[in-house]
Write a protein that binds this ligand. Structure first.
Ligand code: SAM
Length: 270
């Protein structure tokens, strides 16, 4: 993973929350919140919470006396999340690296993480850290994207932007968000981190937007793909976005667009 892959700062939180979240994150957040709330946990830790889409879905489902600690590596994402969250005395916001959690052993009933594990530089260490802070019998509930070819818009954007920088194509989307999809590897790494009971469910959904332009802007300007494009030539950010818009419009139409998305939803315990 490149260093810039984990930087969600500057203009990214706003574009991410307003365009990326409704496009691909909201539907999976509803699933994850339902899975977490199913056991009526008294304490929940969320890692890599980003701009808070899961937090907004989960908080209303938790017990009135629940403790809900919401963390992310990038303070800029948490700052944005706070502005979107209704006032809630059960929520504690805290900047934290999922690989070095500032919490005691055995302090949560559930650890949840939506589309964050792909960013962990060492997955086994990140999973072991989640397990360390779980009480005996606690659950680690998380999801990861399936391969990029199963996620239509991400694939289209990657190919279109590659044509703009043919000498050195930006590969952020394939390398990181869509770079951890092998279920055998996920099982093996969870086992190495100490989890014994692992369930993996692959879920397909549809991603919708009002225009190809919204999709292209979301991926090119609301994710660390933006960092990669700007590192090559910041003046080409708009051209790259325009090329991605044209590619999506040519495959999915000029008006409202829809494309397949697919992810693995994982519950690990033991
Ligand atoms: C694709 S976003 C997902 C955010 C949110 N969970 C959602 O569903 O919209 C990935 C998030 O992982 C965070 N992140 C990256 N590396 C991290 C780490 N080592 N520990 C905690 N968070 C991390 C980023 O700041 C970013 O907010």
């Amino acid at each position: 993973m490149a260093e810039s892959d984990k930087v969600f700062a500057g203009s990214i939180p706003k574009f991410y929350d307003t365009l990326m979240v409704p496009l691909i994150f909201q539907a999976y957040a509803a699933d994850l919140a339902a899975l977490v709330a199913a056991s009526s946990p008294g304490s929940v830790l969320e890692t890599a919470a980003g701009s808070g889409v899961v937090t907004r879905a989960l908080a209303p489902k938790l017990r009135a006396d629940a403790r809900y600690v919401v963390t992310d590596l990038n303070q800029a994402m948490l700052d944005y999340a706070v502005t979107r969250q209704a006032s809630d005395g059960r929520i504690e916001w805290r900047q934290a690296d999922a690989l070095a959690l500032p919490f005691e052993d055995a302090s949560f009933d559930v650890v949840c993480c939506q589309f964050g594990a792909m960013f962990f530089p060492d997955r086994v260490a990140g999973f072991a850290e989640a397990r360390r802070v779980l009480r005996p019998g606690g659950r680690f509930v998380f999801n990861v994207w399936d391969r990029i070819e199963e996620n239509a818009f991400a694939d289209d954007v990657t190919n279109a932007v590659a044509a703009v920088f043919s000498h050195d194509p930006p590969r952020f989307l394939a390398r990181t968000p869509h770079g951890y999809h092998d279920v055998a590897l996920i099982r093996a790494e969870l086992s190495r981190a100490g989890f014994a009971d692992i369930e993996i469910d692959t879920r397909e959904k549809v991603s919708r937007a009002s225009s190809a332009h919204d999709v292209a802007t979301a991926y090119c300007q609301g994710t660390p793909l933006r960092n990669e494009i700007e590192a090559r030539d910041a003046s080409l950010l708009q051209l790259a976005t325009d090329r991605a818009t044209e590619a999506i419009a040519s495959r999915h139409g000029a008006g409202p667009v829809a494309g397949k998305i697919q992810a693995h939803v994982i519950v690990a315990a033991g």
